[in-house]
Ligand binder design. Structure first.
Ligand SMILES: *Cc1c(COP(=O)(O)O)cnc(C)c1O
Length: 246
């Protein structure tokens, strides 16, 4: 008799891959929390599904994933609509983690549960006009530290600009949920995440509900967890390597 764990439906081989990579990612997150003396429940994993098909999103949902991330509006829109059209799926929280241009705000506002990449006043105002994502917005902070060439095109407001942007978001009626950062490739990730942690501490003095710290990707999740990340954006470690795209 065939091994029932090997052939389960048309996606069986991919399903088995995702079972394995999800378990490995979970083990890394669990170990990182343990090393940082933090509870595993303090950290949410967002599976970044960019470049991967909606069939993967569906499989992940069947394996218990509830938070997925996308970085390109057009891809995210098509994929979230395709997912919604699949019968008997569980609702997912779609996180928009890509650079947000003015002309994309309206579209992103339709499917995004949380937007991680708000870094400009005009985007704050536009998002507010479209009702704002129900899970809230994160202010993306540039973590390009002194002398570092940084990560060009990654976006993010300088730390000094965060208080004004935060007040604008809060008064515009958006739910200000916290901060987000991407560690530049050229910097020790811990140094970058410490800066983000400090920005978060200062933000919470005026906006105590803004507790989310979205930091850490597949390559640096341990450093992020040790610096207080509440959300990890994991792409390649769960889905596999991507063809060149950010
Ligand atoms: C693609 C992407 C990720 C996931 O990166 P991995 O290294 O594959 O885990 C996380 N955050 C942002 C903003 C991304 O664009």
């Amino acid at each position: 008799m065939a091994d029932p764990t090997v052939a389960i439906g048309p996606h069986a081989p991919r399903r088995e891959q995702l079972v394995t990579t999800l378990a490995a990612a979970e083990e890394r997150v669990r170990a990182a929390c343990s090393a940082a003396a933090r509870a595993r429940t303090e950290v949410t994993v967002v599976a970044v599904t960019k470049t991967y098909p909606v069939s993967d999103v569906h499989l992940l949902s069947l394996l218990g994933v509830r938070d997925v991330g996308e970085s390109r509006d057009q891809e995210a829109r098509v994929k979230s609509e395709a997912y919604a059209a699949i019968a008997e799926t569980v609702p997912l929280r779609w996180h928009f983690v890509g650079q947000l241009q003015r002309n994309k705000v309206r579209s992103v506002a339709r499917y995004a549960w949380m937007v991680h990449t708000v870094d400009r006043a005009d985007v704050v105002d536009l998002l507010a006009r479209h009702g704002g994502p129900p899970g809230g917005v994160l202010l993306q902070v540039s973590l390009e530290l002194d002398g570092s060439p940084g990560a060009p095109g990654r976006g993010g407001a300088p730390p000094a600009a965060v208080p004004v942007l935060a007040d604008r978001a809060a008064t515009s009626g958006l739910r200000l949920a916290g901060v987000m950062g991407v560690a530049p490739r050229t910097t020790e990730p811990r140094r970058a995440f410490e800066v983000l942690a400090r920005v978060s501490d200062e933000l919470r003095r005026d906006h105590p509900q803004a507790t989310v710290v979205s930091a850490g990707m597949s390559g640096d999740l341990e450093a992020a967890v040790s610096c207080g990340a509440t959300h990890l954006r994991l792409g390649s470690s769960i889905l596999g390597p991507r063809p060149q795209l950010r």
